[in-house]
Design a protein. Structure first.
Length: 149
């Protein structure tokens, strides 16, 4: 099983900088839109973007090669306006050749580096279910801009 838990220190995620909100860590905040997806097929259609935005902001979940793969897939999918089935197809193709993608080191033992992002899962949670589609699309755009640097 993959250990994707985040580490919060002084109320902030050590990787994305998201604030603990309503008593939830950023990993716990991530669970809310995953549940909301089940109520709205249009929101579920953004699942790849939700997950990839969150995971790009938490590189300790991946091996170095796995992280590079995720970022490249995100950029290629965004820049080429790929639809979800094609993104998933490309992901399966690449994963076959990449090898180990997820970090085998237990979460608490991983090295983390803070990077402050213009949007995090905190923004998606605070916007609520009603605004999730708009906010995830905004997050996707912000992520692409920040990955240009």
């Amino acid at each position: 099983m993959v250990d994707n838990n985040t580490v919060m220190k002084s109320g902030r995620c050590l990787e994305c900088g998201s604030k603990e909100t309503d008593g939830f860590s950023c990993y716990e905040l991530f669970g809310f839109p995953l549940v909301w997806e089940h109520n709205d097929p249009k929101l579920y259609a953004l699942h790849f973007w939700l997950v990839s935005c969150y995971m790009i902001q938490h590189p300790s979940n991946y091996t170095e090669e796995g992280y590079k793969h995720l970022v490249k897939l995100f950029i290629d999918a965004y820049d080429n306006k790929w639809d979800t089935p094609y993104i998933l197809k490309k992901n399966r193709e690449i994963v076959k050749s990449v090898g180990k993608i997820t970090n085998p080191i237990p979460s608490k033992e991983r090295k983390r580096k803070l990077r402050l992002w213009s949007m995090t899962i905190e923004d998606i949670y605070l916007g609520g279910e009603k605004n999730a589609i708009v906010n995830i699309n905004k997050w996707k755009e912000q992520m692409r801009n920040e990955l240009r640097c």
